[in-house]
Design a binder for this molecule. Structure first.
Ligand SMILES: O=C(O)[C@H](O)[C@@H](O)[C@H](O)[C@H](O)COP(=O)(O)O
Length: 292
């Protein structure tokens, strides 16, 4: 059993309002449930990172016990450096890395050794530091067009669903990843699902592509919302004040009638959703709306 490293020094009562958080020294706030989501807020990125490592390690242990494997999808951006504690003791020794199957919830269509590659980012920051099985690391085909890369990636996922490396959702016929890890951009995008983009409507494909990403580089493949929402566990990891307003719009469900921000459309049908926020990203949340 992996121990919980982040002992809360202070139990925060959400009813008193979020502004009070900043005036106390907090190692980690206990998760707070809001509309079926868990929202965890940390004093800083380092403390977030420690608890994220615990969370991932515990899910890995549970999944390996239940299914013999752990199918996890990564994203790009700051997420990978926030996962770096997983490569340190005790996780480096206790996690059953050989049972991990790694995928990307989104990838930029560039060569694997390109500075923009999410594979390269994860390889340098994570995959090269712990003993993954190379054949379990499923990166995209970077030698073809974005459209073909998405098609090929979906084919690979379909094969692994057939062999039960990835489970299948009993309600949506989609793959059911054990864990999908997402970051969020200041515009509310997750994976490569950007606001107002037609791919937000995609219901049939598991993996799709875009050639007009507002965040460079333009060509990307991405899991579709039905796949993200079929996962057993989805974690959205967000740090920094530049995202505070969007975090507020998404989590406090401001203007519920307005077209949804992609991050707001992340609503696992049966799975668990956990938001990991640092204090800056959470600074505009309306704490009074939370319930214990
Ligand atoms: O490849 C990508 O661009 C991503 O997967 C993207 O969805 C990322 O996770 C967010 O843009 C957050 O990135 P930051 O955490 O670096 O802001």
């Amino acid at each position: 059993m992996i121990s919980y490293n982040c002992v809360p020094l202070f139990i925060f009562n959400w009813k008193v309002g979020l502004n009070s958080v900043c005036s106390f020294r907090i190692m980690a706030l206990p998760g707070v449930k809001k509309d079926g989501r868990e929202v965890k807020i940390y004093e800083n990125a380092d403390e977030l990172s420690t608890d994220l490592a615990d969370y991932v390690a515990e899910l890995s242990e549970a999944s390996v016990k239940e299914r013999g494997v752990f199918a996890v999808a990564l994203s790009g951006g700051s997420l990978i450096s926030l996962m770096s504690k997983l490569c340190e003791a005790p996780y480096s020794k206790t996690v059953d890395w050989a049972k991990w199957y790694i995928f990307w919830a989104d990838e930029r269509v560039v060569a694997k050794n390109h500075a923009d590659s999410n594979y390269k980012l994860a390889k340098d920051g994570l995959l090269s530091k712990v003993p993954f099985v190379p054949s379990h690391v499923h990166s995209i085909n970077d030698t073809v067009s974005a459209e073909k890369a998405a098609e090929d990636y979906e084919f690979v996922i379909r094969q692994l669903v057939r062999t039960r490396v990835i489970s299948v959702s009993d309600i949506s016929d989609c793959p059911k990843f054990d864990l999908i890890l997402l970051g969020m951009g200041p515009d509310g995008h997750v994976a490569s699902l950007f606001p107002n983009h037609p791919v937000l409507e995609e219901k049939e494909e598991w993996v799709t592509f875009i050639t007009d990403s507002p965040k460079p580089p333009p060509e990307r493949i991405t899991f579709t919302l039905p796949v993200i929402n079929s996962a057993s566990n989805v974690a959205v990891i967000v740090t920094g004040s530049s995202k505070a307003e969007t975090v507020h719009l998404v989590i406090d469900d401001v203007e519920p009638d307005k077209p949804s921000l992609p991050a707001k459309m992340v609503q696992p049908t049966k799975g668990n959703l956990v938001w990991f926020l640092d204090k800056e990203a959470a600074s505009k949340l309306d704490g009074s709306k939370f319930s214990q």
